[in-house]
Design a protein around this ligand. Structure first.
Ligand SMILES: Nc1ncnc2c1ncn2[C@@H]1O[C@H](COP(=O)(O)OP(=O)(O)O)[C@@H](O)[C@H]1O
Ligand SMILES: [Mg+2]
Length: 340
């Protein structure tokens, strides 16, 4: 049971010109996971979500959700399945003339929810998203974070199997983004709802995703668990996204030659030993100065970076690099050296 896209293409015709938004894309999102899709604007992310939520059909290929192939559905079955797929948006898409309560009621009525259960369901949803005291407020009087909470409550109204999030935090400030991501994670873990979340921000992926797909020009070019994406990005686009987060660049006054090198060390998992640089000092006849350092937490797992300026005999520098390469759980971060 999962979301499975097989060899999916989607082509739009714009003024006689063909735009290939998705190119023979295959992807499996496992049931119960949070799958993040990151890509620049125009990569095809929203198109991908619209195929999963049944707003559009692929030009070729198939999409199935929890064993049901969506292309085969029509009429009542299509409407029923659509209810099982919730969606939240960057701009919240609330009805401004209705209260918070009425915004959720609207969805429940449209899906012919048992009348006598509507009120208790809305109360339950508002409690879940922490807005019990805002039932009678209008969207215009809510903060961005509160609006998105209403969006989430509304998306969950029909007990969906899947929640799709299209840039759901892109209109929010960083602190509010964190609280909304926490809420989404709680919903995923406590209610077991599979989440597919698209974003152009690596910070969002870092906070919440179990696995991630990197998308560019209608294709998923790399797919992996989140820690691996941050520690060992493979594709150039992924490296670009990861680099944005670390932002390590070599200070302009540093000369690079046979006797002067910049080495960025990467500490994986629990290996960020404080005495590692001490070992380098002790074992090698080099001058070592620290240019930059940082520990990122990918959810709870540390990933450390240390940028060193090493000066000495060429041979000694080579030996030092070999020592690093042989150290367990420690690597040289080649990609950061490429930013010179
Ligand atoms: N309804 C549409 N009609 C024509 N072209 C579209 C339509 N939707 C998306 N596109 C085109 O498909 C490509 C992917 O768009 P989109 O899925 O919105 O990317 P993203 O969400 O990653 O920014 C873009 O080139 C976009 O212009
Ligand atoms: Mg989009």
């Amino acid at each position: 049971m999962a979301i499975v896209l097989e060899d999916v293409s989607k082509t739009y015709e714009v003024k006689g010109r063909k735009v290939e938004a998705l190119k023979r894309l295959s992807l499996t999102v496992e049931e119960g996971e949070i799958f993040g899709i990151i890509g620049f604007s125009g990569a095809g992310k929203s198109t991908l979500l619209r195929l999963i939520n049944l707003l559009e059909q692929p030009s070729s290929g198939s999409v199935s959700v929890n064993g049901t192939e969506l292309g085969a559905l029509s009429g009542e079955k299509l409407r029923t399945k659509r209810k099982k797929i919730g969606m939240i948006f960057q701009q919240f898409n609330l009805i401004e003339s209705k209260t918070v309560y009425q915004n959720i009621e609207f969805v429940l009525k449209a899906s012919k929810y048992e009348k006598k259960e509507v009120k208790s369901r809305i109360e339950e949803l508002l409690a879940l998203v922490g807005l019990s005291d805002k039932a009678d407020s209008y969207p215009g009087n809510l903060s961005g974070g509160q609006k998105q909470r209403v969006g989430i409550a509304r998306a969950l109204a029909n007990h969906p199997e899947v929640l799709l999030c299209d840039e759901a935090t892109s209109a929010l400030d960083p602190d509010t983004t964190k609280t909304i991501l926490k809420l989404l994670k709680k919903i995923n873990r406590e209610l077991g709802i599979t989440i597919v979340l698209i974003t152009h921000e690596m910070e969002v992926i870092k906070e919440i995703a179990d696995r991630v797909g990197v998308m560019t020009a209608g294709e998923i070019v790399e797919e992996s668990d989140v820690y691996s994406i941050f520690s060992h990005p493979g594709h150039a686009v992924t490296k670009g996204f990861v680099q944005d987060i670390y932002d390590f660049s070599i200070p302009p006054h540093i000369q690079l030659n046979d006797n002067s090198d910049v080495i960025t060390i990467k500490f994986l998992n629990e290996n960020a030993e404080a005495n590692y640089v001490n070992q380098l000092y002790r074992h090698f006849d080099c001058d070592i100065s620290i240019l930059n350092g940082r520990i990122e937490y990918i959810q709870d797992m540390p990933l450390g970076f240390l940028m060193l300026h090493v000066q000495g005999e060429a041979q000694e520098i080579t030996r030092l690099k070999a020592f690093i390469d042989e150290s367990k759980g420690i690597e040289r971060a080649e990609i950061y050296a490429e930013t010179i």
